[in-house]
Ligand binder design. Structure first.
Ligand code: MG
Length: 477
């Protein structure tokens, strides 16, 4: 199973980075066949896993392996292959239609496809089984043990408090909503040198790591000692490629820190989407957007980007930290990001429960956006149609972005309200932070379920108060 998954990872990486366009069809066939092989191999383990679950003398590492296998088994045994195939077929077509619908900003084109996808997702939830809310079954696919109750608890604190912080930031006028550096053009070769320099600062090991270019930056752990990231160059607004590189490096550092003994085990991956995202966002936001990091990266930036001569480090810091309400999630900053995921969470929850009809989703989207951020999308393209996720059948994913932020807050708090970060980054000793994260989180891989891991490290799970304190400290002071 490890070998097949390894092969799938290499194929997936190649698809996004080097494959010529016409390779898509054979690649789809090969990947599909391999996915079926993983499914068969997993199902064969049912009896063994059942036996192992009854064993009394397992240690934590072994129990982790059994738990992770049971999670895959659960999915493959409960969701019939016919349903998986149908979802595959419907979403492949829906993704094509979604692209056109977004271009034309016309939700009606996408509506029948989305309607079908929601029905299928609801079927998956019914097959998997759930307590209280069908959406719980889908949330659990992305974040083990995470429920509507947990999400409601997180957002009911984050949303009203973030509104307050945002209002204070707006009235103080210290953090700008726009910065002239956002429209400065750069040479790709110059930013390639900067990104390479940043990878050196992060001590990314050359023999186990590489970086390529793709349309959407991503990280893939092909093996414990073969981790790859991508970034992208748009030729303008250099912070976008800089922070994409740091973000993906954060994911890569997680992979590289997993204990050797888990290298070929089912637990040799991150604990969950939320925990993974906490690592990328910790490096991107807590480290990368700090004053200390500006000081650290300053010589590298000035050497390669001559247009920076008119801007001091304080200016750079504010360029890295513009705060602006935007309709588009991927353009959102640290302060406004969680509104975007909260909105999607609310819309998905109601759609899956059948409390909102598909035809009503654009209105529901726009009403909720207005309630959160006080402005209303003018069309479907900047509203309900902006993300690819639904066309691919990903329901229950968006909340994990915010869980990444929430856990990042807990890490910041545990690092003595950021004192450890300021010290280490100030001294240029980023290995100290890698060491801390490695000891507390990375080494275990998926040995512990995300809530259990958090209880071990922090003595609490998904506590939004830490993130709020981090945001208040940084943006309000
Ligand atoms: Mg990420």
């Amino acid at each position: 199973m490890w070998a097949i998954n390894h092969s799938l990872a290499v194929l997936g990486w190649d698809t996004e980075t080097h494959m010529p366009e016409a390779g898509a069809r054979p690649r789809g066939i090969a990947s599909g066949q391999l996915a079926v092989m993983v499914q068969r191999a997993t199902i064969e383990l049912d009896g063994l896993v059942g036996k192992a679950e009854k064993a009394k003398d397992l240690d934590d590492t072994e129990r982790g392996v059994v738990r992770v296998l049971r999670r895959s088994l659960d999915y493959f045994l409960k969701v019939p292959p016919k349903l998986v195939d149908e979802i595959q077929r419907v979403t492949t077509e829906a993704t094509v239609v979604w692209r056109t619908a977004r271009k034309k900003s016309d939700f009606k084109l996408f509506r029948p496809h989305l309607d079908k996808i929601i029905q299928l997702e609801r079927k998956v939830a019914d097959k998997l089984g759930y307590e209280k809310h069908p959406y719980n079954a889908l949330l659990n696919l992305f974040e083990e043990g995470f429920t509507v109750r947990d999400a409601d608890a997180v957002y009911s604190r984050l949303i009203p408090e973030s509104k307050k912080i945002l209002a204070k930031v707006a009235s103080a006028g210290v953090y700008p909503s726009k910065h002239p550096l956002e429209s400065k053009k750069y040479e790709t070769a110059a930013m390639e040198r900067v990104n390479e320099g940043v990878l050196e600062m992060l001590k990314m090991p050359k023999e186990k790591f590489r970086m390529d270019v793709s349309t959407h930056p991503f990280t893939t752990g092909i093996a414990r000692d073969d981790v790859r990231i991508t970034t992208r160059y748009e030729g303008v607004n250099f912070k976008a490629t800089l922070f994409a590189t740091i973000h993906e490096s954060g994911h890569a550092i997680y992979h590289l820190g997993i204990d050797k003994k888990l290298a070929y085990a089912p637990t040799g991956d991150g604990a969950s989407y939320g925990i993974h995202e906490s690592q990328s966002r910790f490096w991107e936001n807590v480290v990368g957007r700090s004053r200390e990091f500006v000081g650290l990266v300053d010589p590298l930036l000035r050497k390669n980007l001559p247009f920076l001569s008119g801007y001091d480090d304080e200016q750079l810091y504010y360029y890295f930290n513009t705060v602006r309400k935007s309709f588009i999630r991927v353009e959102a900053d640290e302060l406004t990001y969680n509104f975007h995921t909260a909105l999607r969470y609310e819309v998905e929850k109601k759609a899956i429960a059948g409390e909102a009809k598909v035809a009503e989703l654009p209105e529901l989207w726009n009403d909720t956006f207005e309630e959160y951020l006080g402005m209303r999308p003018k069309n479907d393209a900047e509203g309900v149609l902006q993300d690819v996720h639904w066309s691919g059948g990903s329901f229950g994913y968006f909340a994990t972005y915010t869980l990444g932020n929430v856990v990042l807050g807990m890490i910041w708090h545990k690092m003595r309200d950021g004192e450890l970060v300021r010290g280490a980054v100030g001294r240029g000793d980023l290995m100290e932070l890698r060491g801390w994260l490695g000891r507390e989180i990375h080494q275990y891989g998926a040995t512990y379920a995300p809530k259990d891991l958090q209880m071990r490290v922090f003595g609490e799970a998904y506590n939004p108060e830490r993130l709020l304190k981090y945001l208040n400290t940084k943006f309000v002071g």
